[in-house]
Design a protein around this ligand. Structure first.
Ligand SMILES: [Zn+2]
Length: 407
């Protein structure tokens, strides 16, 4: 009997063929993380023992593996199973401590607070599981992606990259580009250096480096400036997936294409980060106000600290334009992500449907506001016309002309 963690080496054709030929039953239930595999430590012992015997060919390697496996003391296996509960509690304890520290790392600001961080983490989990995107990634990679999503805006200050540059913030001097995103990443990596909350503490060097590499790419990808550069590459991957006859063949191909997998992951991070736009209208309308409120706070700072006029999006005097701005944001930024993801995996269609509905709602509000403004403008124009006539000779002529019949 065999259970694996979706690592490509276990899913490779040759491994599957070997397992089938040797009638090894592969467990069907969802795989566990490396930490939670009851007999995981045995693999290290086996590797060590086989390596010490220095095999000369494949036959010898197989024989040594069989012999060393059979020689593993049953007491050790019994202990591992017996201690499982205790080890599980330690893992859960570290995980809870880590998530608590991440939540505390978020500042109590209007929008980029722990609520946003948590939502992005939850959406990543949903995209992987309900959206079925997990099939391209190992358990370790999926874990790194969910972690990155939870951490992606940690220690956000409620102002954007441009503001850090304009205000000459030390972070802008430290990081040349993607200023805040690099800060969120460094902050997260610093948390993981504390052994009492390091959720990756049981990984070997190679696994640890890979998890950090995935987090690097995922968190930096939340810089929207980079998203626009990656759109064409993602679209190509979606197109390519349509050229495969079977889902299995496509999955097997993409699993081993690290660069393409990372582009999909980067796009998933954007889909998670913007996901408030794909929530039911009751939620979207409230969250949009929170985002706007944080932007207006930055606009106020630009006026007072930088002595500059903010752009309309950050100008609280132009708050009424929010529905129009939301329509533009949906059309030019958000639609692509969810449209392409639902083309890639139909399971993601509900997110695209919601964004279409939210666009309708914002458009109705924008039209209502525009109609009101138009009516107001017409009334103003009429008033101006009347005032102009009262003070101009035409008014006198008109008055005289009107008075004539009564004379
Ligand atoms: Zn974010």
């Amino acid at each position: 009997m065999f259970q694996h963690d979706n690592d490509p080496k276990y899913k490779a054709k040759s491994t599957c063929h070997w397992l089938q030929q040797n009638k090894v039953k592969v467990l069907e239930w969802p795989s566990q993380t490396l930490d939670l595999n009851i007999i995981e430590p045995l693999w290290g012992d086996l590797k060590h023992a086989v390596h010490a015997r220095q095999h000369r060919n494949l036959q010898e390697l197989e024989a040594f593996c069989q012999e060393e496996w059979a020689a593993l003391p049953p007491e050790k296996i019994k202990n591992l199973i017996h201690n499982y509960h205790k080890r599980l509690l330690v893992v859960i304890d570290v995980l809870v401590r880590f998530l608590f520290s991440v939540s505390k790392g978020y500042r109590k600001i209007t929008y980029h607070n722990w609520r946003h961080g948590f939502n992005v983490g939850q959406t990543m989990f949903t995209l992987l599981m309900t959206g079925n995107l997990k099939r391209y990634y190992t358990d370790l990679e999926a874990m790194a992606m969910v972690t990155a999503a939870f951490c992606h805006d940690i220690d956000h200050r409620g102002t954007n990259n441009l503001y850090q540059m304009k205000s000459g913030h030390p972070l802008a001097k430290l990081h040349g580009s993607s200023i805040l995103e690099r800060h969120h990443l460094e902050f997260s990596k610093t948390l993981l250096k504390d052994e009492s909350i390091n959720i990756y503490q049981n990984l070997n060097r190679r696994q640890y480096d890979h998890a950090i590499h995935m987090m690097d790419i995922a968190i930096i990808a939340t810089d929207l400036a980079l998203y626009f550069k990656k759109r064409a590459m993602f679209q190509k991957i979606v197109d390519q997936s349509k050229t495969y006859d079977s889902e299995e063949a496509w999955t097997e191909y993409l699993m081993l294409e690290q660069t393409r997998k990372e582009i999909v992951m980067a796009m998933m991070m954007t889909a998670c980060d913007l996901s408030a736009i794909a929530k039911p209208w009751e939620i979207q309308s409230k969250v949009a106000l929170l985002v706007a409120a944080e932007f207006w706070e930055q606009g106020d700072l630009e006026r007072t600290v930088l002595q500059q006029n903010p752009i309309p999006m950050m100008d609280r005097n132009k708050a009424d334009e929010l529905p129009k701005l939301q329509c533009g944001f949906i059309d030019f930024v958000c639609t692509f992500v969810y449209k392409e993801f639902s083309r890639f995996h139909p399971e993601i269609q509900p997110m695209y449907d919601r964004i279409l509905n939210n666009k309708k709602e914002w458009k109705a509000l924008a039209d209502e506001y525009e109609a009101k403004m138009k009516a107001l403008e017409e009334r103003e124009a009429e008033k101006r016309r009347q005032t102009a006539c009262k003070t101009s000779p035409c008014f006198d002529r008109e008055r005289k002309w009107r008075k004539r019949p009564s004379n």
